[in-house]
Design a protein around this ligand. Structure first.
Ligand SMILES: Cc1ncc(COP(=O)(O)O)c(C=O)c1O
Length: 344
């Protein structure tokens, strides 16, 4: 039985055409600035994000780590959503590598308000850490893939800048927001000092992310890329997959969003499951389980045994993620499996 893999959009495998692009890649020494595929990608992404420069990195996590280390000095504080990737999923890197402490804001849909950010920025006081960085996660993962509206990005960024904070956009799923809203990546990134996109999520490449910012910022980012072990050699092999993904896998994210709606609407009809499909804006589908004797973990385990994989986030919250490697038919089947398992 083939597994319907809804755990994450990181589970995509490179397509035959992407593998062909990888095989044909023109390569050189990336660390020496001599890989033509990486160099072309860097220029393209700087343009795409409307910044002066960009740098290719092995992962989105490294984009965040480098940005935090450049924007903050040890003892500074960064502000993000309470469950933001930079706070929860980067193994304490904000504290260890940037020396920054974190302030997490609780907001169910992940989209911080101006008032919340204003309240989180500390007054200038010798005894307090300096608020130095605001991190915006576009889309918000723990917020259920919600899209930050452009005017909200602009408003919180203007507030942050007026208090001397830098603004960084974690764009792991920025392209989902772009496809959903029709707003260009450059416009979303414009209010931010740094921003990145990830190739290994919905875009379906095996590895890689690009961090963009001013020329000076990217110049300094290179030193940290080297220090963190992210400087590569014939990296055109992986950059070719990123180029292919930008050429062929952006518009199709709309299919993932449509499939997420099929999941959300189907799940909403199952007794014991709570989800409001109108809150599902992109490819992340969170739902709650409220049924005696059932936990999210039990449901995920039993469904996996029936060929449908997804994540259990806490006692009652599950997450399904649509992506390149799941079809509309797979999503319909997944709903059916959840219904049968819960009934039985
Ligand atoms: C919101 C968000 N930021 C950052 C990352 C890290 O990206 P990567 O897996 O490329 O390190 C992820 C990965 O799941 C993510 O969901």
């Amino acid at each position: 039985m083939a597994l319907i893999e809804l755990s994450s959009d990181t589970r995509t495998k490179p397509t035959a055409a992407m593998r062909q692009a990888i095989a044909n890649a023109d390569v050189g020494d990336e660390q020496a600035g001599e890989d033509p595929t990486v160099n072309a990608l860097n220029e393209r992404v700087a343009d795409l994000l409307g910044k002066e420069a960009s740098v290719f990195l092995p992962s989105g996590t490294m984009c965040n780590q480098i940005a935090m280390a450049l924007h903050c000095r040890p003892g500074d504080e960064l502000i993000a959503h309470r469950d933001a990737h930079v706070i929860v999923w980067e193994a304490g890197g904000a504290g260890h590598l940037a020396g920054a402490q974190t302030w997490g804001i609780d907001q169910p849909d992940g989209i911080l308000t101006v008032d919340q950010v204003a309240a989180a920025i500390r007054p200038i006081n010798r005894g307090m850490p300096r608020s130095k960085l605001l991190v915006i996660e576009q889309t918000s993962n723990s917020g259920g893939g919600r899209v930050w509206a452009l005017d909200r990005v602009e408003a919180v960024a203007a507030l942050a800048h007026s208090h001397g904070l830098a603004v960084h956009m974690d764009g792991a799923r920025l392209m989902n927001a772009v496809v959903k809203s029709g707003i260009s990546p450059a416009r979303f990134a414009a209010p931010c000092d740094s921003a990145w996109i990830d190739y290994s999520k919905g875009l379906g490449a095996p590895i890689g992310a690009s961090l963009a910012g001013s020329k000076d910022f990217i110049h300094d980012a290179w030193r940290l890329k080297q220090r963190f072990g992210g400087a590569m050699r014939q990296a055109g092999i992986v950059a070719a997959a990123a180029v292919y993904a930008l050429d062929h896998h952006v518009e199709r994210l709309a299919e993932d969003h449509a499939n997420a709606q099929i999941l959300a609407r189907g799940l909403a009809e199952i007794p014991g499951i709570t989800i409001d499909p109108t809150t599902v804006e992109t490819n992340l589908v969170f739902f709650h389980l409220r049924k005696d004797g059932w936990t999210a973990d039990r449901l995920a385990t039993e469904c996996r045994a029936q060929g449908v994989a997804f994540g259990a986030f806490d006692a009652s919250r599950c997450r399904m993620v649509t992506h390149h490697d799941v079809s509309t038919e797979d999503c319909r089947k997944a709903v059916q499996v959840v219904r049968t398992v819960l009934a039985g």
